[in-house]
Ligand binder design. Structure first.
Ligand SMILES: Cc1cc2nc3c(=O)[nH]c(=O)nc-3n(C[C@H](O)[C@H](O)[C@H](O)COP(=O)(O)OP(=O)(O)OC[C@H]3O[C@@H](n4cnc5c(N)ncnc54)[C@H](O)[C@@H]3O)c2cc1C
Length: 293
């Protein structure tokens, strides 16, 4: 893990654009509570669960206004056109955005293979387009899949796709969540062998809800090790006990990663303060008094 240790540790928090009036009302406070932990940046998803690009834009702007912490929109390209992506980049640039999470995204099943007009098919094309049109204006993060993207034909083909994104100009990568640290270490070793020198930040999913985690993991190809799955199944009707177990497991995972030199953690917060805060506290990360649980 030598390459990774060269990168200064950075912690970031992922949010999604709230869709309900309650979620919208809660967002400023949620962001303010997480901002006390002084993350490097917030990232704001796009598309997942039906959010639109305005939702992402509005959330980015509101989080920066409320907290003063940098916010990075996720930008997905599949099914979009150069003109649309370019307009969005100008809008983000005008709002002072300096960091983008550049993704392919998932097309609705009905649109796949229909031949709908689209200038982009894979994330490396988006990275290349942003570099060609905007130079180094944006710091670009891309997605990495230590356990392989579920649609890839093989680990080697998936790694070749990742390499293309890096060669197109990605600055850093955030991984899909995983519970097997060995998968991350193996991925980082493959990066080292391929001379890819960017930081690969582990994306960490807190365990808060059995059904949700099972659903997400099936969709994104994240393996839940058998011993964890069995314990979660057993605890599924006792929310507090399940969450205590989840905090223990995920804390140990983060400790293992950080000790081995992982260059930080990207927390999938699920727009909840407490799961991330509990992990943060357990890990002994700097804990200003205002954020104490
Ligand atoms: C950190 C993170 C944040 C995310 N945020 C969002 C979000 O906000 N909104 C959202 O909708 N989704 C999000 N996703 C999910 C992501 O959009 C999906 O996993 C999507 O299916 C792949 O996106 P990608 O950018 O990794 O695609 P790519 O890197 O383009 O890879 C997609 C698949 O295509 C293959 N591939 C790539 N290039 C080629 C090629 N030239 N030829 C053949 N195969 C190729 C890859 O191996 C892989 O299987 C996120 C994922 C991560 C890890």
């Amino acid at each position: 893990m030598k390459t990774q240790q060269q990168h200064p540790a950075q912690f970031s928090f992922e949010l999604f654009p709230p869709r309900t009036p309650e979620g919208i009302a809660k967002l400023p406070n949620l962001a303010a509570q997480l901002a006390v932990l002084q993350p490097k940046y917030f990232s704001v998803t796009y598309g997942a669960g039906g959010s639109d690009q305005d939702g992402t834009y509005d959330t980015v702007v509101s989080v920066v206004e409320k907290t003063g912490v940098e916010a990075a929109p996720h930008l997905t390209c599949v099914g979009s056109t150069r003109a649309k992506i370019s307009a969005l980049l100008q809008r983000y640039k005008a709002a002072g955005v300096k960091r983008i999470v550049a993704l392919r995204g998932d097309m609705p099943a009905t649109s796949y293979g229909t031949g709908a007009r689209a200038d982009f098919h894979y994330a490396n094309e988006l990275v290349q387009f942003i570099r060609e049109t905007e130079g180094d204006v944006f710091h670009l993060e891309v997605a990495a899949y230590p356990e392989m993207h579920p649609q890839a034909s093989s680990p080697a083909a998936d790694f070749a796709s990742f390499k293309r994104k890096v060669e197109a100009g990605a600055d850093a990568a955030i991984t899909q969540y995983f519970f097997n640290p060995e998968a991350y270490f193996d991925f980082v070793e493959r990066c080292e062998r391929a001379q890819l020198k960017l930081p690969v930040i582990p994306g960490i999913m807190p365990i808060v809800n059995h059904a949700q985690l099972t659903r997400f993991s099936a969709a994104c190809g994240a393996d839940i090790p058998r011993w964890i799955a069995l314990r979660l199944e057993q605890l599924k009707d006792d929310k507090a006990a399940l969450q205590d177990f989840g905090v223990e497991v995920v804390t140990r995972l983060c400790e293992t990663l950080l000790k081995a030199g992982a260059p930080g953690i990207h927390f999938y917060t699920l727009n909840q303060v407490e799961p991330t805060l509990r992990l943060w506290k357990n890990l002994g990360l700097p804990m200003p008094l205002a954020a104490a649980v």
